[in-house]
Design a protein around this ligand. Structure first.
Ligand code: CMP
Length: 152
């Protein structure tokens, strides 16, 4: 079992896509181990996207990510990281396969509706960035690693 972090970005929330997106994750036998609605501040965006702060697209990304609340969610299950990335589709919706969230719902590369962790290391960092240990629930086998990840 593995856990990953995913986010439904502000245009996904404001367009009423929360239910449809979570349905895709849950249908892939992933469990919600933690979840919250949160509007990023500029400091949140700079911290969470630290590797992109110097990139030319960061200003646009920061404006987008802070304009409304996002759903922050921890998903657990077998191959959770790869599964969520496959369900989300390519970062650029123009390259996303039909049936993926970004192909079906994302208007542009910046406003690409969803985010998910790309490795076990980033999952651990991103889960800890948004959640306190007590906000993760180990109610089934898929969410069992919650305690150990956050104990580090
Ligand atoms: P995400 O998976 O959240 O990771 C970084 C985000 O920056 C990305 O999705 C897009 O929303 C945004 N972005 C905008 N332009 C680019 C780019 N050229 N390369 C990567 N990410 C970009």
């Amino acid at each position: 079992m593995e856990m990953t972090f995913a986010m439904i970005k502000p245009n996904g929330v404001s367009s009423g896509l929360i239910g449809r997106i979570l349905e895709r994750y849950e249908s892939a036998r992933l469990s919600v181990c933690a979840i919250k609605l949160h509007q990023m501040t500029s400091d949140d965006a700079k911290g969470f996207y630290a590797e992109h702060v110097e990139k030319p697209f960061f200003g646009e990304l920061e404006e987008y990510m802070t304009k409304g609340p996002s759903i922050m969610v921890v998903l657990g299950g077998s191959d959770a990281i790869a599964k969520v990335r496959a369900i989300n589709g390519a970062t650029n919706p123009a390259n996303a396969d039909p049936g993926t969230i970004r192909h079906d719902f994302a208007p542009s590369m910046t406003e690409n509706v969803v985010h998910s962790s790309d490795s076990p290391e980033s999952a651990e960092r991103e889960i800890a960035f948004w959640f306190k240990k007590e906000e993760l629930y180990s109610y089934n086998a898929a969410c069992q690693k919650a305690g150990t990840v956050m104990d580090k």
